[in-house]
Design a protein around this ligand. Structure first.
Ligand SMILES: [Ca+2]
Ligand SMILES: [Ca+2]
Length: 360
């Protein structure tokens, strides 16, 4: 009897992580801090195949199955999670290596970590495999990619330019960095943070040779304080989405290595810690939990749009782990019964709406 319950549990967790190969992370068990990071570096380097520079993986990795669900290219610079997209691209048909035209002309391959940062000091040969690593290569609008150029991601004080979905270029308002930065929309901030943390892990043995305003010159922490704090905040405020899980699986099927921070978001806090003061700035203000702090195990959720359209709600802890998923949460009213959650801060997300709440 005991055996069958165990099998059932193993079967269940196997199903939950259907795409993570069994044992992929077993060598990381019990490790923490930069020891964990170095082990993850080994794990995601082993088996990584350099498949060259092409467009193949975007056909499976970068399609809109989440917002309009129309199979167009899912581009973080033109996706509008709260309404109609300003323009859409058809996969392959609208790809381009070069273009002359405004935003909305065609999509290109963007190195999320600019390729100029890992170019050798002399020569034009860009360094591989980072140049061809599809975990950080995204299909994005050609013009927005150009305007972003090699600027670091950041948070903009005064915008000099804004893309049609609200991504901004302008002066940094980060405490400790005053240069020009590029700020994506809230919906994709966590996605970008986890890509950067992947890159810092996969290439930790090479990264001290790379020059970038976001880096501090170490192979362990990698990021300078203002940027590390921002990435950790983005990770906490925008937890792992189904889009990232699907993309990680598609890229794994192609180049045979994984982004560990999508599979195990809690590793991020184990390595880099957390930002304690999660500010409210990046939460949408259009979702409310009552009572907050939560006293019992029942919450009432209100939003400024009809919540019935959302088929799932997710609750995350501050290290980004999904602690509860509720199917059809708002079909029969707006009450959610919480699992027995330990005291702490949580994030409730449904559709593009999210908010922070406290269990007391
Ligand atoms: Ca779309
Ligand atoms: Ca996201």
């Amino acid at each position: 009897m005991k055996k069958s319950i165990l099998l059932l549990l193993v079967g269940f967790s196997g199903f939950m992580n259907a795409q993570i190969p069994t044992g992929y992370y077993s060598q990381a068990n019990g490790l923490t801090g930069f020891t964990l990071k170095s082990k993850l570096s080994e794990i995601v380097t082993n088996g990584h195949q350099n498949r060259g520079y092409n467009w193949t993986v975007f056909a499976t990795a970068d399609r809109d199955k989440y917002y309009e669900n129309d199979n167009t290219v899912l581009d973080i610079y033109s996706e509008n999670p709260t309404g109609a997209d300003p323009y859409n691209y058809t996969i392959v048909v609208n790809q381009c290596g070069s273009a002359n035209g405004p935003e909305g002309t065609c999509y290109n391959r963007e190195h999320t970590i600019p390729k100029s940062t890992f170019k050798p000091a002399s020569g034009n040969e860009e360094t591989t495999p980072m140049h061809n690593d599809y975990h950080h290569l995204l299909a994005t609008d050609y013009d927005v990619n150009n305007k972003r150029g090699n600027f670091p991601y950041g948070e903009v004080g005064t915008a000099t330019w804004t893309s049609l979905n609200g991504s901004k270029l302008g002066s940094s308002k980060l405490n400790g960095y005053g240069g020009t930065v590029f700020e994506p929309i809230n919906e994709f901030k966590g996605d970008i943070a986890r890509i950067y943390l992947y890159f810092a892990t996969r290439y930790e043995n090479q990264i001290q040779g790379f020059t970038y305003a976001m880096y501090d010159g170490t192979k362990t922490k990698v990021f300078a304080e203002p940027f590390l704090n921002m990435l950790l905040r983005w990770h906490q405020q925008d937890p792992v989405s189904q889009k990232e899980i699907d993309r990680n699986n598609a890229v794994y099927n192609y180049q045979r290595n994984r982004n560990p921070y999508i599979d195990h978001p809690e590793y991020i806090a184990e390595i880099w810690g957390t930002v304690m003061a999660v500010d409210d700035a990046s939460f949408s203000k259009n979702l409310t939990v009552a009572p907050n702090p939560v006293k019992g195990n029942t919450i009432t959720v209100t939003g400024d749009k009809d919540l019935k359209q959302f088929k799932k709600a997710f609750i995350y802890n501050t290290v980004g782990q999904n602690v509860q998923t509720i199917e059809n949460p708002f079909q029969n009213g707006n009450t959610i019964v919480l699992k027995n959650l330990p005291k702490g801060v949580y994030i409730l997300k449904t559709g593009e709406l999210n908010t922070k709440f406290i269990v007391d």
